[in-house]
Design a protein around this ligand. Structure first.
Ligand SMILES: O=C(O)C(=O)C[C@H](O)[C@H](O)COP(=O)(O)O
Length: 213
């Protein structure tokens, strides 16, 4: 995989909001990818919580190749292999395990592992990860935790996710160690299941205009 953190940073600089998606059917993937792109987004994360997740990643990339599509809820070595084979641009996990670390060493994808403490962040940095997901952000200390972590660990960057809504995204993004924020609010499972593509595009645009204002 040639995709790099530099490219992810470039995409995040344009649109630093990453919708975390739960896709029930692969047929939803192409219209959803187009709706996100129409809304101005450049990055999306498809969770592997549904059987359709892996196929949906490939279908979104086929529909909108310039949209960066990551695999989320990556828990096992098999998830790593399936995500890489489906063409995921990056992988995201809620945490780390020895088996997951081993598979990441084999496939070497761009990985954003979840952390909730300074010790976890230090371990992931020692293992070579520079970009981390603060998870679950709202209960792992949120904005005060990220501010505090920036003191001793200024070399680390975060994509806080978990419990962040439209109202908080902007405050997270004002922090120098936050590259992007993730969340389900832009395209909830209900939005996707009802095919509310226009509503998803609108929420994406609203999120981006709130950030730039
Ligand atoms: O499954 C995963 O690996 C995840 O990425 C979990 C996500 O952080 C949450 O699903 C975000 O959901 P909200 O808190 O509703 O915004």
């Amino acid at each position: 995989m040639t995709f790099s953190l530099t490219e992810l940073k470039r995409a995040a600089a344009k649109a630093p909001v990453v919708p975390v998606l739960v896709i029930g059917s692969v047929e939803q993937a192409a219209p959803l990818a187009k709706a996100l792109q129409d809304g101005g987004l450049t990055i999306a994360e498809v969770t592997l919580r549904t059987p359709a997740g892996i196929e949906a990643i490939a279908a979104m990339k086929a529909a909108v190749p310039e949209l960066l599509v990551g695999a989320g809820t990556v828990l096992t070595g098999e998830d790593v292999r399936n995500s890489v084979e489906a063409g995921a641009d990056f992988l995201v996990s809620p945490g780390m395990s020895p088996g997951l670390l081993n598979a990441l060493g084999k496939y070497k994808p761009l990985m954003i592992p979840g952390v909730a403490t300074a010790s976890e962040a230090m371990c992931r940095h020692e293992e070579g990860f520079e970009m981390l997901k603060l998870f679950p952000a709202s209960v792992a200390g949120g904005i005060p935790a990220l501010k505090a972590l920036a003191g001793p660990l200024p070399h680390l960057q975060f994509m806080p996710t978990g419990g962040i809504g439209a109202g908080e995204a902007n405050d997270y993004l004002a922090l120098p160690n936050v590259l992007a924020v993730g969340g389900s609010w832009i395209a909830t499972r209900a939005d996707v299941d009802s095919g509310d593509w226009a509503g998803i595009s609108r929420k994406a645009r609203e999120a981006l205009s709130a950030i730039s204002s």
